[in-house]
Write a protein that binds this ligand. Structure first.
Ligand SMILES: [Zn+2]
Length: 198
């Protein structure tokens, strides 16, 4: 299988143009195909079929969380209802298809809506062509999978018993840093840091 046969499904808010640009510039040189889908799809038909078929042909689902998506949650209303509908649909399909499910927050963006079933969580987008996102996309092209626990140093267990989410946490965190669990939105504390020895 050549990298060009590999597809990744990337979903985002149409208003997060900067986030999409950053992710696009990070991954532009990789030969993996990206299927880009906006959450604000108006007509369900035939979009639900397109989404289904495209996810079935993909290795992973990436949710890009930009500032406008976070804003849309705060605003609520019809647009957020629409976004949630598509998120739920895509997530459900990804689970059924056993795809990797990534949540990638843009720089300085904190997620404010829960995403269940993810197995990869990454904060910040590196725009340089050999940055983290570029390497991840390239690895998919080379046949890699990022299932939970693929790397022992990255596997994270949310200590909130009501959540219990398990995912690969891709960032290096300094001692005392905090992040928000994307599954339960509880603040996670890292008194000893995370992946500091790498
Ligand atoms: Zn959690």
């Amino acid at each position: 299988m050549s990298p060009k046969d590999v597809q990744i499904f990337v979903a985002f808010s149409k208003h997060d143009k900067e986030t999409v640009k950053r992710f696009g510039s990070a991954t532009a040189k990789e030969s993996v195909a990206l299927h880009k889908a906006e959450f604000e799809v108006q007509k369900a038909a035939p979009a639900w079929q397109t989404v289904r078929d495209s996810l079935a042909a993909s290795k992973a689902l990436f949710f890009l969380v930009g500032p406008k998506l976070v804003e849309a949650k705060v605003k609520g209303g019809d647009e957020w209802a629409q976004i949630q509908m598509w998120m739920g649909y895509e997530l459900g399909l990804a689970v059924a298809l056993k795809l990797d499910m990534w949540v990638i927050c843009d720089n300085d963006v904190t997620i404010n809506f829960p995403v269940p079933y993810l197995n990869n969580y990454s904060l910040g987008i590196e725009t340089k062509s050999n940055g983290y996102e570029a390497k991840v996309i390239r690895s998919y092209g080379e046949g890699a999978k990022f299932e939970f626990g693929y790397s022992k140093t990255r596997r994270y267990f949310c200590p909130n018993k009501a959540c219990g989410a398990q995912y690969n946490l891709h960032n290096v965190l300094q001692k005392g840093e905090t992040i928000v669990c994307p599954s339960c939105l509880k603040v996670q504390r890292f008194p000893n840091g995370w992946q500091l020895q790498l």
